[in-house]
Ligand binder design. Structure first.
Ligand SMILES: C[S@@+](CC[C@H](N)C(=O)[O-])C[C@H]1O[C@@H](n2cnc3c(N)ncnc32)[C@H](O)[C@@H]1O
Length: 361
């Protein structure tokens, strides 16, 4: 598709895909390959992959968000090359459609423009709506439900850990002091409360930016899902298959960077492990951290914070999933014990690394 045609299609979909060209180059799409887009959104990247597939190619798409899945169904539901699954990419290895192995996996993390733009989804401090923030509104606690019950320390720890909000303790104290008299149910209420306790000064960003980001990451278990999703992607990629991940903040990018490093380089000898251990890399990093070109950042401010990392699965063709550990006790433990993985992102001294699934108690 020409640049103009592509932009018109993306404009219609309501979300401009970030680093489109670099993602498609990174995935190195083969016409008869099988590709998974774990974050369909409005399908900007998925559409690009599909345009390069022949009749024997497969495109598997996932999203937690029912509205994203409805778009996928209406646009691609009749295409025999496409399979659609509503759920988290953390569970991609449990989707039967991935069992035959994948030639590429894309994760374009975070929220889509339609999620931010529609006030009713409750993601935006700039648009008043119900204080929800769930990508999957049928699962887990909404932001309002969590803020109504959580302890002051837990709220402060979430704001600090996931948003690096320096006023975390003050904001948490104010939320707990005010919520009994006036439950927090609207995004504008929370944004105003945060603004009212922030020190005056020339803020470059809205005073609620960091807190909203932190609550969103926590409510949606974004970091735990990312860890699980990376493990599952590695397990399902065929040798020669590519992993492409776009992150939008440093917490995500650190996880992706360390994941690729852990699977591509032997850990250096250290005090606890003075001799080098026998290490067989399973990934090859391609091109390091890539940033959007300035033309793109001028058109799409969201692209400014994007970091793309690409890696290739190593190994002999034909040993695929066995070699990567699917079916081993270790892999089973990883998929069956999200709690263990969640504990890698502890909120300091908190018993609750993520909100309990399944709604308010
Ligand atoms: C940045 S948007 C993706 C945009 C997409 N690449 C496009 O071009 O339209 C992120 C999407 O991923 C979804 N998402 C975020 N975390 C997810 C997860 N763990 N599992 C499945 N979908 C997820 C969100 O609901 C959102 O629709």
């Amino acid at each position: 598709m020409t640049g103009g045609g592509m932009e018109r299609t993306h404009a219609r979909s309501g979300h401009l895909p970030v680093m489109y060209r670099q993602v498609l180059e990174g995935l190195r799409v083969h016409g008869n390959g099988a590709y998974l887009d774990g974050t369909f959104g409005r399908g900007g990247h998925a559409r690009g992959v599909l345009s390069q597939l022949q009749a024997g190619g497969r495109l598997l798409v996932m999203d937690k968000d029912p509205e994203a899945i409805a778009v996928a169904e209406s646009e691609f539901g009749g295409d025999p090359r496409v399979s659609i699954y509503r759920g988290s990419f953390a569970d991609l290895a449990q989707w039967d459609a991935t069992a035959a192995g994948l030639d590429g996996v894309l994760l374009d993390l975070g929220v889509s423009s339609p999620q931010l733009d529609v006030a009713e989804r409750g993601f935006s401090f700039g648009k008043d709506g119900p204080l929800d923030m769930r990508m999957d509104p049928d699962n887990g606690l909404s932001a309002a439900q969590w803020l109504a019950k959580a302890g002051e320390k837990e709220i402060a720890d979430v704001l600090w850990t996931y948003g690096e909000e320096r006023q975390s303790r003050k904001i948490a104290r104010t939320i707990v002091a005010r919520r009994d008299g006036q439950p927090l149910t609207r995004t504008a209420q929370l944004a105003d409360l945060i603004a009212s306790v922030m020190p005056r000064g020339d803020q470059k960003i809205h005073p609620a930016t960091r807190s909203f980001q932190a609550i969103r990451i926590f409510i949606n278990r974004e970091l735990a899902d990312l860890e699980l999703g990376l493990d599952a992607a590695l397990a399902r990629l065929k040798p020669g298959g590519r992993l492409a991940v776009i992150s939008f903040h440093s917490l995500e990018d650190r996880i992706v960077k360390q994941f690729i490093l852990r699977h591509s380089k032997a850990p250096p000898a250290n005090r606890r492990m003075p001799v080098e251990i026998d290490f067989t890399p399973t990934l090859l990093a391609i091109d390091g951290a890539q940033k959007a070109e300035w033309e793109e950042t001028a058109d799409n401010p969201r692209a400014r914070s994007a970091v793309l990392r690409v890696a290739e699965k190593l190994g002999e063709p034909g040993i695929g999933n066995r070699e990567s550990g699917i079916g081993t006790a270790k892999a089973a433990a990883a998929f069956d014990a999200p709690a263990a993985l969640l504990s890698r992102f502890p909120i300091p001294d908190s018993r609750f690394p993520a909100p309990p699934p399944g709604g308010a108690k």
